[in-house]
Design a protein around this ligand. Structure first.
Ligand code: NAD
Length: 516
């Protein structure tokens, strides 16, 4: 489909699916061509307010429909996502500039997370007995109540995967969602949302708005009962502060400066092949992509040479098929950001082993994936997130030095260890301060494991998505304990005095039995 046909088809979708009444629009640029793709209608704070009001009404019936109904609807949506994958891939590529293969990763992830929560929500959220504080006298249960309306704020880089990783567990737990999409990701989100609406998710239950981050974003935080934010650390900090003032919970999925450690027992050529993909996927515009490599000296030359050769053999372009390895940066701002970091590093003495230049012959925002050595602490790309396809290789003498340098960052999102021994990799992983560590992989091993939590330590965020942790964000736990009536709790001073001896004996017995 050409950009123009796609834009015409999707602008019609937007008009009916977005909650946006300002009457103004914003121009979205197609990254492959630099030409306008479509005009996105802009929402206001009042739109967000209305969306929450309708969503809260829809949530009552959605909750009452029960977990089995929700499972059926979500599994049907899963099938529709797969059936429509080619159309979704066209939209995703056209809107983001990524390759078809990397766009497919988003569909795969979105479908996986939909299936996972469809199938697991009921058992994770089942009411369960807990140990009573006073055996025999008391019986205790914990049940879960959905929070109500969840605000979701998403960035432009992985519009489908990142949306579904938050929206689906929220819906599966019986909540409504009001989502603020980035202008650049809105088409992909609306197109994938269609699958859910057709499968039976009420349209008002999952509203989508777009618009200025401060106005519309603030309204999202204020109007919901919980907020999921994915984006940069500075914006996430503002969102966290605002949510805290309202006493709303928040999960914050933020930036990273993700390290890879290459140990001295690797096959350097294999490690280089995998390292390449961890740097270039979605042109490095991926929160978990690798931007720093620490390689042990004995394998450093073989590894770096193999990596430089891999960088040199990449096929780059804007084809809507699987013929390219890497696509375009998504915007002019991204091009300027990556170019500025490369220029700064080169001016201060870094060596470019591969890439380093824009490719205007391919399209306005294309930039060669870039491999550097000699990157030092005075350079912008040393410690700050590039969010682009730029990686620096540093040589280290020992495993300990590699770990210390990997941890010497304000971020702690993702990390990777390449080694000939998984046991050694696990030992190293245990010493790394990051929410995920991949062994002999860059990010896909943990990212695709939707039963396991994903999130950041330090300034990479708060809270976790995926796994049971990812759905427990969206519920309030409620403890219901009853007096069994088999024995009566003491009420008066005299009764308490009489029973203190028995109660002390009980405490000692429970400890002796190692009972929780
Ligand atoms: P961003 O923080 O600029 O924007 C993210 C979203 O927040 C957008 O929808 C934006 O409109 C909105 N926003 C802007 N100001 C706001 C405000 N005051 N209140 C509420 N919302 C506001 O980030 P970006 O440039 O779109 O995304 C890139 C960043 O996101 C990178 O730092 C990347 O590492 C991070 N990211 C993290 C993850 C993760 O899972 N940890 C995933 C993807 C991206």
């Amino acid at each position: 489909m050409s950009d123009t046909t796609l834009a015409a088809a999707l602008t019609a979708e937007l008009a009916s699916d977005l909650t946006a009444t300002s009457g103004t629009t914003a121009t979205v640029i197609a990254p492959f061509t630099g030409q306008p793709l479509h005009e996105v209608p802009v929402s206001t704070a009042a739109d967000v307010h209305d969306a929450y009001a309708s969503a809260r009404i829809a949530q009552v019936a959605w909750l009452a429909s029960g977990p089995d109904h929700r499972r059926r609807v979500l599994l049907k949506a899963h099938d529709l996502l797969l059936e429509r994958r080619e159309e979704l891939l066209d939209i995703l590529q056209t809107e983001s500039g990524k390759t078809r293969g990397q766009a497919f990763e988003e569909i795969f992830q979105g479908a996986s997370v939909t299936r996972y929560y469809a199938v697991s929500a009921k058992s994770v959220l089942k009411t369960r007995r807990r140990r009573a504080g006073i055996p025999i006298v008391v019986s205790t249960r914990v049940s879960y109540k959905p929070k109500g309306a969840i605000g979701v704020i998403t960035p432009w880089n992985y519009p489908i995967a990142l949306s579904l990783m938050d929206v689906i567990p929220a819906l599966a737990a019986g909540n409504a969602v009001v989502q603020k999409a980035d202008n650049q990701g809105a088409l992909s989100i609306l197109a994938s949302r269609r699958a859910f609406i057709e499968a039976g998710v009420p349209a008002a239950l999952w509203a989508v708005v777009v618009g200025p981050g401060d106005e519309v974003g603030n309204a999202i935080v204020d109007g919901g009962d919980y907020v999921c934010f994915t984006g940069s650390t500075p914006t996430g900090t503002k969102v966290g502060e605002r949510a805290a003032k309202a006493l709303h919970g928040a999960s914050l999925e933020l930036g990273g400066k993700n390290p890879m450690i290459v140990l001295d027992d690797v096959n350097p050529a294999t490690a280089a092949a995998d390292a390449l993909f961890s740097v270039i996927s979605s042109m490095g515009q991926l929160c978990v992509s690798i931007e720093r490599i620490y390689v042990q000296r004995s394998v450093s030359i073989a590894f770096t040479d193999a990596l430089a050769e891999r960088f040199g053999s990449i096929t780059q372009g804007g084809a809507l098929d699987y013929s390219t390895d890497v696509g375009s940066l998504t915007s002019q701002a991204q091009l300027e950001r990556v170019q500025a970091q490369v220029d700064d590093a080169v001016a201060k003495g870094a060596t470019v082993l591969a890439g380093g230049k824009p490719r205007p012959d391919l399209g306005p925002y294309f930039f060669e994936p870039t491999l550097m050595t000699g990157v030092t602490a005075d350079m912008e790309c040393f410690a700050h997130e590039t969010f682009g396809p730029l990686v620096a290789v540093h040589v280290v003498d020992t495993e300990d030095e590699a770990i210390d340098l990997a941890n010497a960052s304000e971020f702690g999102l993702n990390a990777s260890v390449f080694t000939g021994s998984v046991a050694r990799g696990r030992r190293v992983a245990d010493r790394i301060s990051a929410g995920s560590v991949n062994i002999n992989e860059g990010y896909r091993a943990s990212f695709s494991s939707v039963d396991a939590p994903m999130g950041g330590m330090k300034r990479s965020g708060l809270g976790r998505r995926n796994g049971p942790e990812g759905i427990l964000r969206f519920v309030e736990s409620r403890t219901v304990a009853n007096a069994t009536g088999l024995l009566t709790l003491p009420r008066t001073g005299a009764e308490l005095q009489q029973l203190t001896g028995v109660m002390l004996m009980m405490l000692k017995a429970l400890k002796a039995l190692r009972r929780r």
